[in-house]
Structures are given as structure tokens and as C-alpha cells.
Design a protein around this ligand. Structure first.
Ligand code: TRP
Length: 336
């Protein structure tokens, strides 16, 4: 039996931070040899809210370079850009026409983002989950690593696939495969440095709330120095009264590679004055190899372009095949 196929993507909207790395990219890297991975830069999703055209291309290359710098191996993973494979847009149209409007209106993330956008809600924002369904279904993915915030979108993807299969497939020959979530044992949820109850986020207006993968050692030191803590001595995991403490210990655990038991024992008698320099040094050391590799890749633009060209070709081969099957099932025909 061949390997199962995993598909995932991140939007190229800047400020790639420790939450993106520890919560997503590092998990892909760790599991990559078990699966056949398709990992892309979700640049079509990036324009569902107002965007800056001059930033889009540079954020796209930065993210692709970070994928490689974080250790994605081209022997196991195909890296590509969503907009380079036109089948994503085309399948989205076809799926739009079989997706009931109220399924989209019920999406939690749409409602939250729509409130934030005020007057500025585009049809694309409502359609975001259909585009995401196309991303997944085009590759007939077996597994999609999802965090809590994307779970509902994966369920919608299954519902859309089941509906298309029901309406247009034969019972023994489904057109689209229903994907399953890939749930990791230790789901790392990295929280804001300013508030241990909120997720670390790209869109938080304060840069002090997050550590970006490309922050300098000085920035990292400053941010950890300034981050929120509590007045209690002795550091413990999992105390609901101490969300910041839990978050900072978790960061230390993940970045140092030590076990939870080891970190518990090491830090139980520490005060913040002792812990913060330790976390600072550990973070700087963990990010250093990624930053060096990132710089080397960015200095070799032709290499990065060749990776994305190869990725586009591999992705297109699969995506176009699925698209042709869907079009045939829907009744389209075209002379060769
Ligand atoms: N919506 C995802 C996010 O913002 C990114 C994404 C786009 C994605 N298409 C996808 C993730 C397909 C997994 C599968 O995090």
C-alpha cells in the first residue's frame, strides 16, 4: 500500500511566528517521511480580506523559504503556491454551485471575521471554506492536519465531497475522497506573550505579543523580558490560574526538546528572573539554524523558484486529474 497523502497550507500574510512553527510546520516536518505531503502557500486565501499587492509576492516567497528552512524535505514533500495551480480556482466555482448558502453563513470563522471587517466583507470571505475544500479535495487527501480553528472547515469539506458524490457519483465509484483530520498527540497551542488565554496571532496589533521566526536575538530578548508573567515563585504546568506560566514553560519544553517531566523538575523552584534568560537563550538557539537556512535560500532566488516550479508541476498533475473527473461527473465535455 502506498503512503497516505497529507495536505496543508498556511496563508502568506507575514509575521510567521512560533505558533505557526510549533503548532503546524514543525509537526509536518516531524511526520513527513510517513506520508506523501502536499504543502502549499495559500495565496488565494490571502485576498479574502483587504490586502497589499506589493506584499503578497514577497510574503509568498518568504513563507515558501521558511517551509524549506524549517526542514521540509523535497523527497517527502511537494511545496507549491496555490495560485500557480489554476485548478484550485476552477474547482471552487464548481463546488460553489453545489454548496448550500446557509452552510457558509453558519461558519464560525466567517462570522467572526465578518464582524471584524465591518462594511468590508467580500463574497470571497464567505467563500473561503469552499476554496479550502477545493484545496483538499483536488489532491484526494487522506489526512489534513488541523487546529481547532480549522476543524469546522474540514467538516464542511467532507460534507461538500459527500454531497457531490451523492449527487453526481456512482455508489461504488465516489468522485472525491472524504479527508480525515490528522490529530497529533501533543497539540501545541502557543499563546500570546501578552495574554496566556489568547492564541499567538499574526494579526495581533502588538508585535510584543508574539515571537516571529525571523526576529533578531535582540528582539527575542526584549520580547521575553517584557512578556506577561505572574508574581508567584516556582513554575508549574497546567495551573488554570497561571495561563502565562503554562505557556512559557510549554515554549521552553518544545524549543529545548526536553520532556515535560524534565522541565517540571528543572523549573519548579525557579523564579522568573532565572527562567526568562533561560527561555531567551533556548529560543535564540532553536531559531538560529532556521534563520541561517532561510537566509541562504533567500539569497538563492533561482533555487527557490526551481522548487516552486517543480512543486507546481507535481501538484498540477494530480489536481488536473481530479478536476477532469469532477467536470466529467457534472456533465462537461470538451473536444481534445
Ligand atoms: N485556512 C487555513 C488557515 O488559515 C489555510 C488553508 C488553506 C488550509 N487551505 C487549506 C489548511 C487546506 C489546510 C488545508 O490556517
Amino acid at each position: 500500500m502506498g503512503k497516505q497523502r497529507v495536505l496543508s497550507g498556511v496563508q502568506p500574510t507575514g509575521n510567521y511566528h512560533l505558533g505557526n512553527y510549533l503548532g503546524a510546520i514543525r509537526n509536518w516536518v516531524e511526520g513527513q517521511s510517513e506520508y506523501e505531503n502536499y504543502l502549499f502557500v495559500a495565496d488565494l486565501h490571502a485576498i479574502t480580506v483587504p490586502h497589499d499587492p506589493t506584499m503578497l509576492a514577497s510574503d509568498t516567497y518568504t513563507l515558501a523559504a521558511l517551509y524549506l528552512a524549517c526542514g521540509l524535505d523535497l523527497n517527502h514533500s511537494t511545496i507549491f503556491v496555490q495560485s500557480h495551480v489554476s485548478a484550485h480556482s476552477e474547482l471552487t466555482w464548481l463546488l460553489n454551485c453545489i454548496t448550500p448558502l446557509n452552510w457558509l453563513e453558519d461558519m464560525i470563522q466567517f462570522k467572526e471575521k465578518a464582524v471584524k471587517q465591518g462594511e468590508n466583507v467580500s463574497a470571497g470571505l464567505l467563500d473561503y471554506p469552499v476554496l479550502m475544500s477545493s484545496d483538499i479535495l483536488l489532491y484526494q487527501a487522506d489526512k489534513v492536519p488541523v487546529g481547532e480553528d480549522q476543524k469546522q472547515h474540514l467538516e464542511l469539506t467532507r460534507d461538500i465531497a459527500a454531497r457531490l458524490n451523492h449527487l453526481f457519483g456512482k455508489p461504488d465509484q465516489p468522485v472525491l475522497k472524504l479527508p480525515d483530520p490528522l490529530i497529533r498527540k501533543e497539540g501545541a497551542r502557543v499563546m500570546s506573550l501578552a495574554d496566556g488565554t489568547r492564541k499567538m496571532s499574526k494579526s495581533d496589533p502588538s508585535d510584543l505579543s508574539r515571537i516571529n521566526l525571523l526576529d533578531t536575538p535582540e528582539q527575542i530578548q526584549y520580547k521575553i523580558k517584557r512578556c506577561k508573567t505572574d508574581p508567584i515563585r516556582g513554575l508549574t504546568f497546567d495551573d488554570p490560574e497561571r495561563p502565562e506560566c503554562n505557556n512559557l514553560l510549554t515554549l521552553y519544553m518544545l524549543l529545548s526538546g526536553k520532556s515535560k517531566e524534565a522541565v517540571t523538575a528543572e523549573c519548579q523552584d525557579m523564579g522568573w528572573g532565572q527562567f526568562k534568560p533561560l527561555l531567551t537563550e533556548t529560543t535564540i538557539n532553536a531559531l538560529k539554524p532556521i534563520q541561517e537556512k532561510y537566509q541562504a535560500i533567500m539569497d538563492d532566488r533561482s533555487y527557490l523558484e526551481s522548487v516552486l516550479r517543480d512543486g507546481r508541476e507535481k501538484a498540477q498533475a494530480i489536481a488536473n486529474q481530479t478536476l477532469a473527473q469532477v467536470k466529467a461527473a457534472l456533465g462537461y465535455s470538451m473536444p481534445l
